[in-house]
Design a protein. Structure first.
Length: 277
């Protein structure tokens, strides 16, 4: 999300999709403890489209609690953050140049041709992707930009292969990933909707955490939230288990993690006829 809030189905609210982030406590934890690396990833825009920045208006789809919307401010005069979760939006950080709206990626609550840039942070894998990319083409002006990116949030510890094994064989077994779609926009789908990829980059993002910071960040993951919000484990029990499991990886009180982050930048065909508003 930045958001992890999501929709998997229809133009109206999808009744069959479970949004584990539409919970007051989960939203509060997400707002307070989700790592914020959005600004670092978005620095790529300064290099790739520097001469065209800032744009007039940008939409941040799947904005969650607004971390990604705040990170867009250097690149746009005005930002509209859109998310299906009322609880996440209640926790979103306010700013005079940001407007938040409740809505779905597949049926954006905005006019055709309203934006110069549409961004998605760590949420594209939750969308009905064909419908969303078509919607992005609808709401962008000809020549507008579509930016998809992901910030890593579990990572690995240098010289600690045991942690990688624990992550794979213990954490992901106890809290398996929720089924989702592919993370990146394919060239085929992009072309079908009038987009051309202009830039793509994957890079290491190094962050240092205390044990408490890292435990709280793991509590913002959908796989853990599902168990806390819909399952048998109260959040304090999960927190205690994580502290016990991870304590040995923080011998000096902190540990340095390397995350993999990536970004894709697409441009809508400038010759495309703008749709009627």
């Amino acid at each position: 999300m930045d958001s992890a809030s999501f929709s998997l189905a229809a133009a109206a609210a999808p009744t069959e999709a479970v949004n584990y982030f539409d919970s007051p406590l989960a939203a509060r934890r997400y707002a307070a403890h989700r790592p914020r690396a959005h600004a670092q990833v978005l620095e790529v825009l300064r290099r790739e489209i520097a001469g065209l920045l800032p744009v007039e208006r940008a939409a941040d789809v799947g904005c969650g609690t607004g971390h990604s919307s705040i990170a867009l401010l250097p690149y746009a005069g005005a930002v509209v953050g859109i998310d299906p979760s009322s609880e996440m939006l209640k926790q979103a950080e306010r700013h005079p140049r940001i407007e938040y709206r409740k809505g779905y990626a597949e049926a954006l609550p905005v006019r055709a041709g309203e934006f110069d840039l549409v961004s998605v942070s760590s949420a594209y894998h939750w969308f009905d992707q064909e419908r969303f990319v078509a919607e992005a083409a609808r709401v962008l002006r000809p020549g507008g930009w579509l930016v998809l990116y992901k910030t890593g949030s579990i990572g690995s510890i240098a010289d600690q292969p045991r942690f990688t094994t624990w992550r794979r064989e213990v954490l992901k077994v106890r809290y398996p990933k929720i089924a989702r779609h592919g993370e990146r926009l394919t060239a085929e789908l992009a072309a079908a909707c009038g987009f051309t990829e202009c830039a793509g980059e994957t890079f290491a993002d190094v962050r240092r955490y205390t044990l408490e910071e890292y435990v709280e960040s793991l509590l913002t993951h959908s796989s853990v939230i599902r168990v806390v919000e819909r399952g048998p484990e109260p959040v304090d029990a999960v927190r205690a288990w994580l502290r016990d499991e991870l304590g040995g990886y923080f011998p000096g009180g902190t540990a340095q993690f390397t995350h993999e982050s990536w970004i894709q930048v697409f441009r809508l065909d400038p010759r495309r006829t703008a749709p009627a508003p």
